[in-house]
Design a protein around this ligand. Structure first.
Ligand SMILES: Cc1cc2nc3c(=O)[nH]c(=O)nc-3n(C[C@H](O)[C@H](O)[C@H](O)COP(=O)(O)OP(=O)(O)OC[C@H]3O[C@@H](n4cnc5c(N)ncnc54)[C@H](O)[C@@H]3O)c2cc1C
Length: 465
C-alpha cells in the first residue's frame, strides 16, 4: 500500500517492501495485546530478517526521531509490546533460525523470533530440554521471554529465563550491536550486559539472538493433582514434599473459582480428585520412574488421600488441562486486569486470604480468579468486570502484596500496566539508578517509551563528526 510517510519508504529500502506494513488491516494484529486491555495505533510495522537489518532500521528510526516498540509473539500481558500511539513496531518474528545444538556445552543459539515451542522441539530431538515452559509456548518468542525474564511452569527446578541464558546478541538504541554469544560458563570481564538486558522489556536494546543453557531430558514423569481444603494446606504440603526430596519440576496452585471457570468454558468434567477450595498440580520427573518416589513423598500429607495420578501422556495432559486452560477461560469471560505478583511461602496464604476483601472494597462487582506457580511463589491475580482504564483495583492489589512483603512483578514484566506503581517495590535510589542506565543506553528515549519507566524524550545526540 503506498504511504506518504517518508520513514516507511526509507525502511522498506532496508527490509524490502513486503516486510513493511502500513495497511491498517495488517497493522491491527500488532496493535492490541493478548489481554485486549492494551492497544494503540502503530505508525508502521517493520519486520527485519537479520541483526544487520535490525541495526539499520534502528539507526534510521533514530535519525527520523521515531520511537520503537520491539515485539515478539505479542503474548505479553502488561501492554509492553504494543504501541501506545504512533510508535514503529519492530517485529522480530522473521529472525527465528535455530542453530545446531552444541552437545558438548549443552547450549544452543537461536533467533530471538523463534517460538518457545519450536526451540523445545528442536532441542528435544537432540535429547535436551530448555528448562522453560509456559502455556503461551506456541506463540511466545525467545526474545520476548528474555525481555520479560519469563518464568513459567518449571522455575522451581530450572530458574527463570535469566538462569537459562548463556548469552545474547542485541541492537542498542544507536544501532550498535553487542554480541555475547561465546557461551562461556565463566566471564568476569566487567558489567553483565546479558543480565542487564534480560528483563529490560525492550527499553535498553532489541534482542536478536539468544544462547540458551540446556538440561538433559529425563525420560520418566508423573503428574499428580491434589485437592486441598485451604491455601495454608497447599503451601504446607509443597514445603513438606520439598523437604522429603520429591523430584518436582512444577507445583501449580489454583482455587475452586478457577476450576469453575475452566469447566464452564471448556466443558471439562469435575477434576478426578474432586473439587476442593484449593488444588495443587504437581509434575515430577527423574531418570527413574518417579511414581513410587512421589507416592512415598505424599504419604500421610494433606491431599494425599484424594490424589489423582497419571504417568501416561494423555492422562497427564488431562490433569494439566485444569491448569493450562485457566488463562484462555478468563479471556473468554471478559477483558481481565492481570496482576502477576510473587510472595514468600510464609506470606503466601495470608496475602491470598486478604485479596478478596481488597478487591471487593475497590470494586464490589468485580470477579477475582487466583492461580499461580506455587513452586516459586507466583500468584496470577485476575480481576474481571473492570473497565480497562479503571486502576483502583490494580493499585489496591499491588499495595496489599507489598504489605505482605511480596513483589509487584513476578514474571510478565512491568510494561505500562504496572509502571505507575513500580515505586511501591523499588526505592527512589534504585529508580534513579535505572533511569540513569536508560539515559546512558538510550539517551533519546526511543526504545519502548513509557514501558517500565516514565517516557522521557530528549533530542538525539549529535552524530560524531
Ligand atoms: C496463555 C498465556 C500464558 C502465559 N504464561 C506465562 C508464564 O507462565 N510465565 C511468564 O513469564 N509469562 C507468561 N505469559 C506471558 C508471555 O507469554 C511472556 O511474557 C512472554 O515472555 C512474552 O513473549 P512474546 O514473544 O510474546 O513477547 P511480546 O508480548 O511480543 O513482548 C513482551 C515484551 O518484551 C519486549 N520484547 C519482545 N521481543 C523483544 C526482543 N526481541 N527484544 C527486546 N524486547 C523485546 C516487548 O517490547 C514487550 O515489552 C503467558 C501469556 C499467555 C498468553
Amino acid at each position: 500500500m503506498p504511504t506518504a510517510d517518508p520513514l516507511a519508504a526509507d525502511l522498506a529500502g532496508v527490509v524490502g517492501q513486503q516486510h513493511l506494513l502500513v495497511d491498517p488491516d495488517l497493522l491491527a494484529a500488532y496493535e492490541t495485546d493478548w489481554t485486549r486491555r492494551f492497544s494503540g495505533r502503530a505508525r508502521l510495522v517493520v519486520r527485519p530478517g537479520s541483526t544487520a537489518e535490525v541495526a539499520e532500521v534502528v539507526r534510521r528510526c533514530a535519525r527520523a526521531g521515531a520511537t520503537v516498540v520491539p515485539q515478539g509473539g505479542n503474548t505479553g500481558l502488561v501492554g509492553g509490546g504494543v504501541p501506545r500511539g504512533g510508535e514503529v513496531v519492530l517485529s522480530l518474528a522473521r529472525i527465528d533460525g535455530l542453530d545446531e545444538v552444541d552437545g558438548v556445552s549443552g547450549q544452543v543459539t537461536v533467533g530471538a523470533g523463534a517460538t518457545l515451542a519450536a526451540v523445545q522441539a528442536h532441542v528435544r530431538a537432540a535429547g535436551w530440554t530448555v528448562g522453560i515452559d509456559l502455556a503461551a509456548r506456541d506463540t511466545a518468542t525467545v526474545g520476548g521471554m528474555v525481555a520479560t525474564n519469563a518464568g513459567g511452569l518449571q522455575v522451581m527446578r530450572f530458574g527463570t529465563m535469566r538462569a537459562r541464558l548463556a548469552g545474547l546478541e542485541a541492537v542498542l538504541a544507536d544501532g550498535s550491536v553487542v554480541s555475547r554469544l561465546g557461551g562461556l560458563d565463566k566471564d568476569t570481564t566487567g558489567y553483565d550486559l546479558v543480565g542487564l538486558l534480560c528483563g529490560s522489556e525492550g527499553t535498553l536494546g532489541i534482542v536478536t539472538r539468544v544462547r540458551l543453557r540446556l538440561a538433559p531430558l529425563v525420560p520418566a514423569g508423573v503428574t499428580v493433582l491434589l485437592g486441598l481444603e485451604s491455601t495454608e494446606a497447599a503451601v504446607g504440603t509443597l514445603a513438606e514434599l520439598r523437604r522429603r526430596g520429591a523430584p518436582l519440576v512444577s507445583a501449580e496452585w489454583f482455587q475452586a473459582s478457577a476450576v469453575a471457570l475452566v469447566r464452564g468454558h471448556t466443558g471439562l468434567p469435575a477434576p478426578p480428585c474432586g473439587t476442593h477450595p484449593d488444588h495443587l498440580l504437581l509434575d515430577a520427573a527423574d531418570r527413574h520412574d518417579p511414581v513410587e518416589a512421589m507416592a512415598a513423598a505424599l504419604d500421610g500429607l494433606d491431599g494425599g488421600d484424594t490424589a489423582a495420578v497419571a504417568d501416561d501422556r494423555a492422562g497427564r495432559e488431562a490433569l494439566w488441562a485444569y491448569r493450562e486452560r485457566i488463562t484462555e477461560s478468563i479471556g473468554a469471560a471478559g477483558i481481565p486486569h492481570k496482576l502477576d505478583v510473587a510472595l514468600r511461602p510464609d506470606r503466601f496464604a495470608a496475602a491470598v486470604a486478604a485479596l478478596p476483601a481488597v478487591v471487593a472494597d475497590a470494586a464490589p462487582a468485580a470477579r477475582l480468579v487466583l492461580f499461580g506457580h506455587l513452586g516459586d511463589g507466583t500468584v496470577h491475580v485476575n480481576v474481571l468486570g473492570l473497565a480497562p482504564d479503571d486502576t483502583a483495583v490494580d493499585e489496591a492489589v499491588l499495595r496489599c502484596v507489598v504489605a505482605h512483603d511480596g513483589t509487584i512483578g513476578a514474571e510478565h514484566g512491568i510494561g505500562v500496566a504496572k509502571a505507575p506503581w513500580l515505586h511501591l517495590y523499588r526505592s527512589d535510589e534504585e529508580l534513579r539508578a535505572m533511569a540513569a542506565i536508560k539515559a546512558a543506553l538510550d539517551p533519546a528515549g526511543m526504545l519502548n517509551p513509557g514501558v517500565l519507566l516514565p517516557a522521557v524524550r530528549r533530542p538525539p545526540p549529535a552524530p560524531p563528526r
